[in-house]
Write a protein that binds this ligand. Sequence first.
Ligand code: ASP
Ligand code: MG
Length: 471
Amino acid sequence: MKFGGTSVGNADRIAQAAALAIKSAQAGHQVVVVTSAMSGVTNKLIAAAQNAVAGQYHKQVSDELYEPHRQALHQLTPNEAARRREALDTLRQHIEEFDTLCKGLTMVRELTPRTLDKISGLGEMLCAPILSAAIAERGVVSQSIEATQLIVTDDQFGQAEPLMDETREQTRAKLLPLLAAGEIPVVTGFIAATKEGVQTTLGRGGSDYTASIIGAALDADEVWIWTDVNGVMTANPNEVPEARTMREISYSEASELAYYGAKVLHHKTILPAFKQNIPVLILNSFQPPDSSIDSGTRVTVKGHPSSRGVKAVTSIRQVSLISISGKGMQGIPGIAAKAFAAVAHERASILMISQASSENNICFVVIQAEAPRVVKALRAALEFDLLQNHIEEIACDDSIAIVAAVGDRMQGSPGIAGKVFAALGTANVNVIAISQGSSERNISFIVHEEQAADAVRAIHSAFELHLPTSD
Ligand code: ASP
Ligand code: MG
């Protein structure tokens, strides 16, 4: 069970999280809890580190960080004084470490990804002892465990990847005996460590990844992600008020959707669970399942294919369309290779690619923040082709959005693309570029940003996604 930042956002939320974990344990399950930092804490830690390198750090910053944690702990452990003292010690140690690190930064004036990981991961280390104490307060034995002891990663600081064999070994050795003894271990999300024991993080929002990695390592029956929304919806309810929670989707649908901006699960997150066929449930901790019928999404191998073809529609903004064009590109091999190598070298990921067979334009979409870097790298990498006039222009358009219609049953069903684009035509939405992967699970296209919401609504209504599916 993983609890996101808002699900442990204050003492009341932490109490609820503890109650949910205990309820499952009492129903006969062995439960491992993975926790995020309290909401907003990771951002604060990162901001503090950045200010510190700029020479701005005061002890007050660490007091402000400590206080909400101390208060939550007090509120949650009225009876367990020994346990409270123990947790308080851990909190103090981590706050001291934070203070020392920030002071160090004000002197060295350099923030390496490695040091940033040390600081940004502290939020989870502050939260886990509190949640664990809250569970103990309710009479179930629990200890908090720093995932640096469980998850082994490479040394890509800020975005580390797990080494599953080592992780499996350590996780099982540490957690299985606790589970066998009926305890509920509370593990810090987001953080891990290299083979040498240097702390890393799994990337922003990485606690879901932690849950999936630990679930896989333990051969768990299910991974439950407690969050603040009712699962994965057919569209963003801000864009489409009649959007609905999907009861079941497949791993591939989930990753297509995550990729395209449905913020519920990061696409990488489900891989470890997927590789072992472990269902992932997305649940609302503000509205546990028995209190609402329309809540929770199950991500499974088969999903629940809908005969409508399209199951969900989503948009992604803050992206840029980069086009490389020129009549001279036709028949010149290697331009795409050079271009994509340059993008890869910048470590920017490409969200969508399209090239028509006339070959005089290659266009692709990257995250807006990365676009200036990418364009610069492309101009350098393609300098020769620009000089030779193979390429006339490398352009960047920030005012676009990607819209994607997703569904497993689109595969092999004729007429879906026709219906999608007919709906867009009727809604007067102009399509700038189109792409469909050969997996046929996703039709993506680019529109002007201000037409994105109209595009999403048009498709949602054309496929009647507001109605529950019966099949
Ligand atoms: N606390 C980390 C973050 O905010 C990880 C997480 O919440 O999943 O990115
Ligand atoms: Mg978070």
